[in-house]
Write a protein that binds this ligand. Structure first.
Ligand code: BGC
Length: 560
C-alpha cells in the first residue's frame, strides 16, 4: 500500500468543508523549483520524487504553502517560463503521477500547492505557435499578435532590455512580425481572441481538477495591447482576469489567484478589483525600499511606499518578499533610487541584469547575520503574506558568473557531502554548478550543519515563522506607524481586534535609543514574543527602548 492510499482527508485543504476560504491571508509561502531542490534519480536535475523526499523539511520550516516554479515541458530557454505544453510535466522532473503524489503528500502535511500560470506568452515551440506561424490562413493564426510592420505599439518599454532590442520579432516562416514582451522566443498570446481565453480556462481547469490550491499568474499586466498606450494594465486585461476569476468562482471557489504585476501600488490596486480579480498580488515596490531603508538607516522609504499603497478589499492580501528567482527588480523605483541601489548593492556591474540585481539575500546583506534577521523580521511583520525563496532560509549565496538569473537558481545545499546532498550524479552533470566558495559554498552553508545547532540561521528562521504564526495581527491586522524622533528606528503597531503587536526595528549599524509615544497603551505590558518576557509597564511618559545594531523586537501588548 502506498502512503497515498492511507492518506487521511486533507484537514487544511481549502476544498474540504470547514476549511478557511481566506487561508491565503495567513499563508507563509515557500518558493521553490523542483529542478533545484533534490535529484532522486542521479541525472543531475532535481525532480518531484526528490522534492517529495524533502517535504518534511518544508513542513518543518513552518511554511504553509509551496509555490512551484514552472515544471511543464519546455525548451528551457527561460527556465520553464517558455512553455511548450501546458498540461504535461517536463520529463526531467517526473510525470503527472509524481505530481499527483506530491499534491497528496503536501496536502497531508497541510501545505497548499501553488503552481505557475504563464499565460501572457508561450514558447515559440508550442504547437499553437507552430500552427500560427505556418501560414497566414491557419485557424490558429489569430492566437498570437502579428503585424506586417514593427512600428505598432511604439514606445512600449522593453523588459529584458539586456537581451532584446524590440518587442517585435521577425518570423521568417510566415514573413511577418510577432509581438513579445519578454524573450523573442516567447510570443505573446492574443487575448482579443475569445478562443485563447477559453483555451486558458481549460488549462486552469485541468490543474484545478488535479487539486492544486492556487495559481501564480505570470506577467499579468501585459495580456492585452492597444495602440497609443503603454500596453500595460489596460481595462481589457482586467476583463480577461475577471473572466478567469468568474469561472473559478463558479467551479472552483476555493482556488486562489496570485498576480505577478510588477507595477506601482496604484496600478496594482485594480488587480484586486472589488474582490473579483486576484486574491493576492505581490507588492513589488516595497521590496527594494526595504533594502534601501537598511542602507540609508532610515525608515522613510518603507513608510512612504506603504502610505502610497491603497487599501485592498477584505478578501484580498498582499504577497511580500525579499528575493525570488528573478533579479531583484528595480523597475518600481526612481532613477535616483536605482542608482543608489546599484551603488550600494551591485557595485560589481556583473551583478546587474536588466533593471535589477541578480543576487541572493545573504550576499546582499554581506553575510551579516544581524541584517539577515532584521530583513526577515520585517518581512514577517509587515502587512501581507511573506514569500521565502528556497535556500534563503540557510543563507545560500549566488554565482553572478552563470549568466541570466541562473546565479540565484543553483542547487539546494543539503549537506557538506557529495554534490551538497543534492544529487549523486557526477558534478559535471548538474543542471547548474554548486556554489563552492569558502563563504557560501555547500561545505559551509548547508541544511545538515544548520540543523545541528539552535543558533543557526535555519533554526532561527523556524522560530521566526512560528512566532509570526502565533498572532493573526501579523497576517490580518492593520498597521499604524509610530513616528519617534530617531528616524533610524522603524516602529509600528499591528492590530487585529484586541490583539496588538508592537514591532520596533533598528535599521542602523549602531546601537540606538528610541522614545516611543505609546500613550494610547498606558497600563499595558509589552511581552517580548520570542522569549515571553514581560517588559516594564507602559506609562504616561514616552517608552524608552535601547536597541543593539540591526536589532528588532516584537512585543505583544497585554493589558494585565
Ligand atoms: C518570471 C520570469 C520570466 C518572465 C517571463 C516573469 O516575470 O518571473 O522568471 O522570465 O516572467 O515569463
Amino acid at each position: 500500500m502506498s502512503a497515498a492510499d492511507v492518506a487521511p482527508k486533507v484537514a487544511g485543504n481549502p476544498a474540504e468543508p470547514g476549511a478557511d476560504p481566506l487561508w491565503y491571508k495567513d499563508a507563509v509561502i515557500y518558493e521553490l523549483h523542483a529542478r533545484a531542490f533534490h535529484d532522486s534519480n542521479g541525472d543531475g536535475i532535481g525532480d518531484f520524487p526528490g522534492l517529495l523526499q524533502n517535504l518534511d523539511y518544508v513542513q518543518d520550516l513552518g511554511v504553509t504553502a509551496i509555490w512551484l516554479l514552472p515544471f511543464y515541458p519546455s525548451p528551457l530557454k527561460d527556465d520553464g517560463y517558455d512553455i511548450s505544453d501546458y498540461t504535461g510535466i517536463n520529463p526531467s522532473y517526473g510525470d503527472l503521477d509524481d505530481f499527483k503524489k506530491l499534491l497528496e503528500q503536501a496536502h497531508r502535511r497541510n501545505l497548499r500547492v501553488i503552481t505557475e500560470l504563464v499565460i501572457n506568452h508561450t514558447s515559440d515551440q508550442h504547437p499553437w505557435f507552430q500552427e500560427s506561424r505556418s501560414s497566414r490562413t491557419n485557424p490558429r493564426r489569430d492566437w498570437y499578435v502579428w503585424s506586417d510592420s514593427d512600428d505598432r505599439y511604439r514606445g512600449v518599454r522593453i523588459i529584458f532590455k539586456d537581451t532584446e532590442l524590440s518587442n517585435w520579432a521577425w518570423d521568417p516562416i510566415s514573413k511577418a512580425y510577432y509581438w513579445h514582451r519578454f524573450f523573442s522566443h516567447q510570443p505573446d498570446l492574443n487575448y482579443d481572441n475569445p478562443a485563447v481565453r477559453e483555451e486558458i480556462w481549460k488549462i486552469l481547469k485541468f490543474w484545478a481538477d488535479m487539486g492544486v490550491d492556487g495559481f501564480r499568474v505570470d506577467a499579468v499586466p501585459y495580456l492585452v495591447e492597444r495602440e497609443g498606450t503603454s500596453c500595460e494594465n489596460l481595462p481589457e486585461t482586467h476583463d480577461v482576469v475577471k473572466f478567469l476569476r468568474r469561472r473559478l468562482d463558479e467551479y472552483y471557489p476555493h482556488i486562489f489567484l496570485l498576480a505577478e504585476a510588477n507595477q506601482w501600488p496604484v496600478d496594482v490596486r485594480p488587480y484586486f478589483g472589488n474582490g473579483d480579480e486576484f486574491h493576492m498580488a505581490f507588492h513589488f515596490p516595497l521590496m527594494p525600499r526595504m533594502f534601501m531603508a537598511v542602507k540609508l538607516e532610515d525608515r522613510k522609504p518603507i513608510i512612504d511606499i506603504l502610505q502610497q499603497t491603497p487599501d485592498i478589499p477584505e478578501n484580498c492580501q498582499w504577497g511580500i518578499f525579499l528575493r525570488n528567482h528573478d533579479e531583484l527588480t528595480l523597475e518600481m523605483v526612481s532613477d535616483v533610487e536605482r542608482d543608489y541601489m546599484y551603488d550600494m548593492y551591485a557595485f560589481d556591474v556583473g551583478a546587474r541584469l536588466n533593471l535589477g540585481i541578480r543576487r541572493r539575500l545573504a550576499p546582499l546583506m554581506e553575510g551579516d547575520r544581524r541584517r539577515l534577521e532584521l530583513m526577515n523580521g520585517m518581512l514577517m511583520s509587515l502587512p501581507g503574506s511573506p514569500v521565502l525563496y528556497y535556500g534563503d532560509e540557510i543563507g545560500m549565496g549566488d554565482n553572478i558568473f552563470l549568466g541570466d538569473r541562473n546565479g540565484v537558481r543553483t542547487p539546494m545545499q543539503w549537506s557538506g557531502g557529495w554534490n551538497a546532498g543534492f544529487s549523486t550524479a557526477d558534478p559535471e552533470r548538474l543542471y547548474l554548478p554548486l556554489l563552492s566558495n569558502p563563504v557560501y559554498g555547500y561545505q559551509t552553508v548547508n541544511v545538515e550543519a544548520q540543523r545541528r545547532t539552535d543558533h543557526s540561521l535555519l533554526s532561527w528562521m523556524k522560530r521566526l515563522i512560528r512566532v509570526r504564526k502565533s498572532s493573526r495581527a501579523f497576517s490580518r491586522g492593520t498597521i499604524e506607524f509610530l513616528q519617534p524622533r530617531n528616524h533610524r528606528v522603524f516602529a509600528y503597531i499591528r492590530q487585529l481586534g484586541h490583539e496588538r503587536v508592537l514591532v520596533v526595528n533598528n535599521l542602523s549599524s549602531l546601537a540606538q535609543p528610541v522614545e516611543l509615544d505609546l500613550g494610547a497603551f498606558e497600563g499595558y505590558i509589552p511581552i517580548e514574543m520570542f522569549g515571553g518576557n514581560p517588559f516594564p509597564r507602559i506609562g504616561r511618559l514616552p517608552y524608552l527602548l535601547t536597541l543593539a545594531p540591526y536589532n528588532f523586537y516584537w512585543f505583544r501588548l497585554r493589558r494585565l
